[in-house]
Write a protein that binds this ligand. Structure first.
Ligand code: 13P
Ligand code: ZN
Length: 277
C-alpha cells in the first residue's frame, strides 16, 4: 500500500519547505505554504486519510468556487524546518465543506494543531487565483524575505513604485513577474482584513508585498511559486544594495521603460502596462 510520502505532490510540498528554509526565509514558524490538490492527488492520498476526520471548523471567510476542495497546508505555529523530519506533525490535508466556509483535517497534524493562521489569506487567494487562471494556479506561498521587508522600511508603500523598482533592478524580473506586485500596508497577520486585501491584489498581480513582514506569491506549481519568490527577493536585494550605495536616493541609471517593453516583445510576455510610463 506504500505511504502517503510516496505521493509526488507530498514530496514536492516537503521539498519546497526545505528550499525556503535553506534560503533563510523561515525563522521559527515564519511563513506558510498551501497547495490545492487535483482529483488524482486526492484519489491517491484518500487511502491514508484519518478514519475519523477532525471536526468541521468554520472560517471567517468563504468561497463558492472552493466547495469540496482539498488542500495540503502547513500547520500554525509549526516550524517549516521540521516539515521534512516529521511531516505528519507539521502539515495537514484539509477538506472544505460543501458550503465553502469550513474545513476539517483529514490527514496530518497528528499531535494536534490547526492550519496556518494565514489560512484565510491562502483560502481567499486560492479562490481569486482559481478564478483568474481558470483553475491553473494551485500554490500559494508566504515567506519572510528580508530584502523585500527592508525595502518596505524605506520606499513609499505603493504598488507602482515597488513594481518598477523590482522590474528595473534585475533584467529578468519582469519576465517572471509580468503582472507586477501589489503592496499591502501593515495589517495584523492572520486577520480577515489582510486576507481580503491580499486576495484582492492577487486577483490582478503576481505577488503581494506585506509591509514590514514579507511576501505572498502564487504559482501553477511549486517550482513557479518558489522561483517567483526567489526572483522578487533577488531584485529586492539588488534594489536595497543600490539604494545603500547611492546614499539612499533612487538610482537614475536603470533599465528604461522602453527596454522593459523590448524584453516583453522579445519574450512574448504581456507586461502590466499600468506600471509603465
Ligand atoms: P503560522 O505559524 O500560523 O503559519 O504563522 C506564521 C506567519 O508567518 C504568519 O504570518
Ligand atoms: Zn508571516
Amino acid at each position: 500500500m506504500g505511504t502517503i510520502f510516496n505521493e509526488r505532490v507530498i514530496e514536492d510540498f516537503m521539498l519546497m519547505c526545505k528550499k525556503g528554509v535553506d534560503q533563510g526565509w523561515h525563522e521559527r514558524n515564519g511563513g506558510n505554504l498551501s497547495y490545492r490538490m487535483t482529483k488524482d492527488d486526492v484519489e491517491y492520498c484518500a487511502r491514508f486519510f484519518k478514519k475519523h476526520p477532525g471536526e468541521w471548523v468554520e472560517m471567517p471567510v468563504s468561497a463558492n468556487n472552493l466547495k469540496g476542495e482539498f488542500f495540503i497546508v502547513t500547520g500554525s505555529g509549526k516550524f517549516l524546518e521540521n516539515v521534512n523530519t516529521e511531516p505528519q506533525n507539521n502539515i495537514a490535508i484539509v477538506e472544505i465543506n460543501q458550503t465553502g466556509n469550513s474545513y476539517r483535517i483529514v490527514w496530518g497534524l497528528d499531535q494536534g494543531g490547526k492550519p496556518t493562521s494565514e489560512f484565510p489569506t491562502h483560502f481567499l487567494t486560492h479562490s481569486a487565483r482559481k478564478m483568474a487562471t481558470d483553475g491553473d494556479n494551485r500554490v500559494i506561498y508566504h515567506a519572510h524575505t528580508p530584502y523585500v521587508v527592508a525595502l518596505t522600511n524605506v520606499l513609499p508603500l505603493e504598488s507602482e513604485l515597488f513594481t518598477r523598482m523590482l522590474w528595473k533592478s534585475a533584467t529578468e524580473c519582469c519576465l517572471f513577474c509580468p503582472g507586477g506586485v501589489g503592496v499591502v500596508p501593515w495589517m495584523v497577520p492572520g486577520s480577515t482584513e489582510i486576507a481580503e486585501c491580499t486576495s484582492d491584489l492577487l486577483s490582478k498581480y503576481d505577488a503581494a508585498i506585506w509591509a514590514f513582514h514579507g511576501a505572498f506569491v502564487t504559482g501553477k506549481d511549486f517550482d513557479s511559486a518558489f522561483g517567483l519568490m526567489q526572483t522578487i527577493e533577488k531584485s529586492a536585494m539588488v534594489a536595497t544594495i543600490t539604494l545603500a550605495a547611492n546614499a539612499g536616493k533612487m538610482p537614475n541609471q536603470t533599465i528604461t521603460d522602453d527596454q522593459l517593453r523590448e524584453m516583453a516583445k522579445a519574450y512574448n510576455i504581456r507586461l502590466n502596462e499600468d506600471f509603465l510610463k
